[in-house]
Write a protein that binds this ligand. Sequence first.
Ligand SMILES: [Zn+2]
Length: 321
Amino acid sequence: MQLIYNKIFLEHKAENHPESPARLLAFGDLEQSEIENGKKYLNLVYDDEYINLIKNASAKEMNLDEDTYTNSKSYEVACYAVGAAIKAAKQNDFALIRPPGHHATSNKAMGFCLFNSIAIACKWLNERGKRVLVVDIDGHHGNGTQDIFYKTDKILYLSIHQFPTYPGTGWVNEIGESKGKYYTINVPVQPYTSDDLFVDILSKIIPVIKNQYKPDIVAVSAGFDGHKDDPLLQLNLTVNSYYEVGKLLSANFNNIFACLEGGYNAEVLPHCVSAFLMGVNNEKAKLKFTEQRTTSAANVQREFEARKKSLRLSHDGFWVF
Ligand SMILES: [Zn+2]
């Protein structure tokens, strides 16, 4: 797994906003990849009305909600982000893109997200007969991706995220509907959850999904705002979690690609991404990746066990984890 990057992703910007080009500039002088404009893929998830809404908002540099800005370049940049996500899906690579996408539903831009790049890539794969597993490790719930795939059993959405926090969704009882029942799995964890619990629950769930669902490819919504130094959330993860999750995925699956979502501490973001890549690529951990934080608060541990039980009950024993 290698990074797919292009300087076009620096051109979506607003003053004093946490989702800024600084997040990618922190990676230094990255090699640029040739990326196609992903405009032609938008219809996999979006109708023309929504596409024009984003295009016009961008032309007028309008905000789509109180968090979600556009500038004159945003529409074009978001289209290239979709192109990079498709390229990543073809090559098992990591699309280092902005703006993020996992909060965007099929008809609503929100949470800094305009088009749901990973959802479009999943649909593209799905149309080629692939069963897809989405693993969303961003510290927020990917309500948009959940919403888009809520009624299908061909794309399984698994998310681990802080709860409660923005956007307010992602409780254990949101499990999918009709054909998609049981194909949405939400693991809401409390603020101050550390590496031990985060990695523990994923290492129980992932092998079960592998054996029972048998995905052809895994799409990782790779957000890193669960890091202990992130300004937007209160999780207590170190880079170790991202290394371990990468390792866990590569131990279980052959085809893995990823798209950058959140992660708002520009200083730590490159370390998180590099730890994740090293995990996926089965490289030996650098010393600093092995430091693991343990969840110390007894109430957080107790609540974790209670939620794990509720998660099992919500799924009526469909998944045995
Ligand atoms: Zn996030």
